[in-house]
Design a protein around this ligand. Structure first.
Ligand code: ACO
Length: 446
């Protein structure tokens, strides 16, 4: 059986530099026309939506590395060039000039806010930091050493129960409350994260401070004691704000596509982001930032300068966590920005961390090694973020919770886009490779 994809000539003319409007797929001697879709940045796709009905064939793409699961206006990545833009704005400019809350507004609503819009948005986030007193009792239902990601995903879903008018699973109703749900989630995810930490430490919960900005309030809820108020170091608060900003969205990654998947079935925003938290937890996704620290600590503990570990990574005995990315194949722009922030925070805190030295050595060794060069493996944002979070005093198993706080705007924006534009439930197909039909065998004959 022969199969081939070829581009047809464009309606505008022919020639390799002109985009075709259709492609044809020839399979089993029959030709099928596939419309070509071109994104605003020139990304090209073949529209295979009608392929199965017309040909009986589906596209097989294990891991979705070559599948566009949606049309989206939110973020753009060019992995080859190391480009990340939110709503058109380069991440470098946002990191330099903006704040997490402003970028959250941009990602969610599509435009940079005016001064008035930003002030109102901040006010709504600020006003939503508290938890219902009954809600606080949920924390007692968890063993004190529960993993904070398990607590967070449960709490995100439980939160919806306190706002039944916002979590109806009726799209029109849930969308009508979208502004309120958004600020509520952005604010309370931080309160829940801090409360989880306080529960773990056996310390009383801290009430939020209305006058504090987003990250300062979080640090206060985490670290203030009844007998001693936490005093944030400006460089620490700035680095935390930058960390959250850099994580605000990242197109169709594992957790965001999970949120869209759940949203496509009509589930409310609380349930959809709870699913996003679960998807983020894994070490190949958001769990990588804690895995980086565990890896650096292991290397340090065995007196390795990193070179033995690099050899292990090359032979498959170990994986260099914080390296590699499904999309970025030259550099992760977020890693560049955050590598510099790591230096600034450690300097401001007057700390030297041997793990940072090991990280630098690993980076240099890997960037000069053919194994990593050939496979286009570069540091990703998680490579340095763990060092910063550790310096701030965030426990390692809460690193992924910090990622979840940062990713909340992206999940919210993608939920909204799905709820507003998707009529069909997301439902991939599969190629069945199990046994053919066979008859049931009674238990005494097996
Ligand atoms: N260390 C050593 N080898 C690696 C690494 C790594 N970190 N990443 C990939 N490779 C190798 C693979 O073994 C494979 O080699 P092979 O061709 O000889 O079999 C090749 O590079 C391609 O790797 P894949 O796993 O196919 O790449 P994929 O795009 O599927 O995976 C991923 C990307 C999951 C990020 C991977 O690079 C990885 O596991 N990195 C470490 C975990 C990590 O840092 N995750 C964070 C991602 S960023 C984020 O979520 C914010």
């Amino acid at each position: 059986m022969s199969s081939a994809i070829k581009e047809t000539t464009s309606a505008k003319g022919s020639g390799s530099d002109i985009d075709p409007t259709t492609a044809s797929l020839t399979v089993g001697g029959k030709s099928h026309s596939l419309p070509v879709i071109i994104g605003t940045e020139g990304e090209r796709a073949l529209d295979t939506r009608k392929l199965r009905n017309e040909s009986g064939y589906i596209a097989y793409d294990d891991g979705y590395g070559n599948t566009g699961s949606c049309l989206s206006n939110i973020s753009y990545i060019d992995g080859e060039k190391g480009i990340l833009r939110h709503r058109g704005y380069p991440i470098e400019q946002l990191a330099r000039h903006s704040s997490f809350i402003e970028v959250a507004y941009l990602v969610i609503y599509g435009e940079l806010p005016s001064a008035e819009q930003l002030a109102q948005f901040r006010e709504r986030v600020r006003g939503n930091a508290h938890l219902h007193e009954d809600f606080r009792h949920h924390f007692q239902g968890f063993p004190p050493n529960s993993h904070p990601m398990a607590v967070l995903s449960s709490m995100m879903n439980a939160l919806g129960c306190y706002y039944p008018n916002m979590s109806t699973n009726n799209r029109e109703t849930d969308l009508a409350h979208f502004d309120d749900t958004t600020t509520l989630l952005l604010s309370k995810v931080r309160t829940i994260a801090a409360a989880t930490y306080r529960m773990r430490m056996g310390r009383p919960f801290n009430y939020s401070r209305g006058s504090f900005r987003y990250v300062d309030n979080f640090l206060h809820m985490m670290f203030s004691e009844p007998y001693e108020e936490y005093e944030p170091v400006p460089e620490v608060a700035d680095a935390l704000d930058l960390f959250l900003l850099l994580h605000a969205d990242h197109e169709q990654n594992c957790s965001t596509s999970t949120v869209r998947m759940v949203a496509s079935g009509g589930a409310n925003l609380f349930a959809s982001v709870a699913a996003g938290v679960c998807a983020l937890w894994g070490p190949l996704h958001g769990g990588a930032n804690s895995a980086v620290i565990q890896m650096l600590e292991e290397i340090h503990a065995r007196g390795d300068d990193g070179s033995r570990f690099i050899e292990d990574a090359k032979t498959g005995k170990a994986r260099l966590m914080g390296f590699g990315h499904r999309v970025y194949k030259n550099f992760d722009p977020r890693a560049k920005i955050f590598g510099a922030a790591a230096e600034r925070v450690l300097k401001a805190l007057g700390r030297e961390d041997p793990l940072l030295d090991i990280a630098r050595r690993l980076e240099q060794a890997a960037l000069a090694d053919d194994y990593f060069i050939e496979r286009k493996l570069y540091p990703n944002v998680d490579f340095y973020s763990g060092i910063v979070l550790k310096a701030i005093g965030i426990p390692v198993d809460m690193f992924t919770v910090m990622f979840a706080i940062g990713r909340m705007p992206g999940w919210i924006a993608n939920w909204k886009e799905t709820a507003e534009t998707t009529k069909r439930i997301h439902r991939p197909r599969q190629i069945y490779t199990g046994p053919e039909k066979r008859d049931f065998v009674p238990i005494e004959k097996r």
